[in-house]
Design a protein around this ligand. Structure first.
Ligand SMILES: NC(=O)c1ccc[n+]([C@@H]2O[C@H](COP(=O)([O-])OP(=O)(O)OC[C@H]3O[C@@H](n4cnc5c(N)ncnc54)[C@H](O)[C@@H]3O)[C@@H](O)[C@H]2O)c1
Length: 257
């Protein structure tokens, strides 16, 4: 590793909304690999120091190719996993079997696939950084979970009593994985944390519900993708050097635990 290497971050789900805001924020200090199932070529061109790679996180082979691509860009030190899907609030008895499986496959199995692919590269790069004695980079992973993981209830608007049990369960599993990963990777000096957003402006929540939801948020507004990007930016920075296994709530006060 020479002294003018470029530190690389993979941001999944970065073709849109929260992932995109994270990628933009991190591009001031990293070379960013925008990884998404959607084509993000134009997105990557639109800001400084970013390249895109098309990757479906449900496919372990594509996750491995993503890591190979990232290694060609510089030194992979950081991974932010924001890609996920949701579904309309539905009573558990009415959730179609294939919808349940798809959400678990993207949100949980996708996280596992990405982590399995990234860990060897992160471990070897963290070791080399340690040998070089640099304190400018603190290798880490941030997984995006959700307030809903903790409440079992995704919506803050009236959904007639229905929840998003599959989405909530998949995101709760991401919190658990964060803690296992944090313990396993601590010996490598790699920190692993989560951010748990509350309701954020974007396509995941229909726009006609934003006002109603905002009125139920103690801070009286929906969150913005940039609110999450700021939290991630802190967690991946050396300022958070002693923080691992933490689930950071960024939710306007909708849950305090
Ligand atoms: N928007 C919210 O209110 C909210 C609240 C809590 C948590 N979150 C979480 O924040 C993250 C980002 O949410 P968002 O609002 O930006 O959602 P979004 O739907 O705007 O973006 C998700 C991105 O993930 C990508 N994606 C979907 N399936 C994929 C796959 N199989 N492989 C690779 N990429 C895939 C999509 O193409 C999209 O670009 C998600 O993890 C979500 O669960 C969002």
């Amino acid at each position: 590793m020479n002294s003018d290497y470029e530190s690389v971050v993979i941001v999944t789900g970065a073709a849109n909304n929260i992932g995109l805001a994270i990628a933009k924020k991190l591009s001031t200090q990293f070379k960013v690999v925008i990884a998404d199932i959607a084509d993000a070529t134009d997105v990557a061109r639109s800001f400084h120091r970013a390249v895109s790679f098309k990757c479906d996180v449900t496919d372990p082979a594509q996750c491995a190719q993503l890591v190979e691509f990232a290694a060609q860009q510089g030194v992979l030190t950081t991974v932010v996993h924001s890609a996920a899907i949701t579904a309309p609030a539905t009573m558990i008895v009415d959730i179609p079997q294939d919808q349940w499986r798809r959400i678990i496959d993207v949100n949980l199995n996708g996280t596992f696939n990405l982590m399995q692919a990234c860990i060897p590269s992160l471990q070897s790069n963290a070791k080399q950084l340690r040998n070089h004695g640099t304190s400018l980079i603190s290798p880490s992973v941030v997984l995006i979970t959700s307030r809903a993981a903790k409440t079992g209830f995704a919506a803050l608007s009236n959904e007639g009593g229905a929840t998003k049990a599959h989405y909530c369960a998949s995101k709760a599993a991401v919190i658990s994985l964060t803690k296992s990963l944090a313990l396993e990777l601590a010996q490598d000096g790699i920190r692993v944390n989560s951010v748990a957003p509350g309701p954020i402006e974007g396509d995941m929540i229909p726009k006609d519900k934003w006002d109603e939801i905002a009125s139920r948020v103690p801070l009286k507004r929906m969150g913005k993708p940039e609110d999450i990007a700021e939290a991630v930016n802190f967690l991946v920075s050396p300022a958070a050097n002693f923080i691992t296994g933490h689930i950071l709530d960024v939710n306007g006060g909708t849950l305090m635990d």
